[in-house]
Design a protein around this ligand. Structure first.
Ligand code: DX5
Ligand code: ZN
Length: 221
């Protein structure tokens, strides 16, 4: 039976114990490792870059999902693919131009990886329309990108419903990932809005029983 995939964000893990964090994620039954890359310019926070993805690649066979919250991501998508990311997503308005965003998606696909665009909480759903035919995954932010541990914004769910409706019209199929403040108590709401992948940082890493928390979000599709 197909289920929602759970992608815990290692932003909520202990940065001194990243190898242990990804080993735990496997043991807890998570599906994907979500890596939040922030540059202090697109978002007011700094995290880590390609070297961390490369290092984690040696410790896990789980898919690595690199969420680039950086300015002009087209400069770095190739390096994240080379570092071992399996999925690379970015915020298209952070690119120099729409043309650069299309080129970045093409570069990721040509590297044999999955690509996607992310719609930040303060951006309209229409932002993603020019890219739907080229993506494997649509990321709908349910918080303003920048920090883990923020409250879920249910008003963002309707963007996914709007964009999902485009798929049958255009004969497309792409994953829909919700990112930000997701936890077992809003997972069903996310599923109803079209989620196929759920990112959860604090909900998993701060849980007293992370395996049960992961399982509670792996809802049947
Ligand atoms: C926010 C990040 C999210 C976030 C997830 O900028 O993209 O991935 O850290 O963490 P929680 O689930 O704690 O909101
Ligand atoms: Zn993220």
């Amino acid at each position: 039976m197909k289920k929602i995939k759970v992608a815990p964000s290692i932003l909520s893990a202990d940065f001194c114990k990243m190898a242990e964090a990804v080993e735990n994620l496997k043991a807890w039954g998570a599906d994907i490792v979500h890596c939040d890359i922030m540059d202090g310019v697109y978002v007011p926070n700094l995290t880590f870059g390609m070297p961390m993805v490369k290092a984690l690649r040696r410790y896990t066979d789980m898919p690595l999902d690199a969420h680039l919250m950086i300015t002009r991501p087209e400069r770095y998508v190739g390096q994240f693919c080379d570092a071992g990311a399996d999925i690379v997503t970015f915020h298209p308005e952070a690119c120099e131009s729409e043309e650069e965003a299309h080129k970045a998606l093409k570069a990721i696909r040509e590297a044999g990886k999955k690509c996607g665009v992310a719609v930040n909480a303060d951006m309209p759903a229409e932002l993603a329309l020019p890219y739907l035919d080229e993506i494997d995954m649509l990321v709908i932010m349910t918080v303003q990108a920048g920090f883990g541990g923020q409250s879920f914004k249910p008003e963002c769910l309707k963007k996914a419903e709007f964009l999902k409706a485009e798929a049958p019209k255009r004969g497309l199929s792409f994953d829909i990932e919700f990112d930000g403040g997701v936890c077992p108590s809003n997972a069903a709401q996310c599923k109803d809005a079209g989620a196929t992948v759920l990112v959860a940082g604090n909900a998993v890493f701060k849980s007293s029983d992370p395996a049960s928390t992961v399982a509670a979000m792996q809802l049947p599709l």
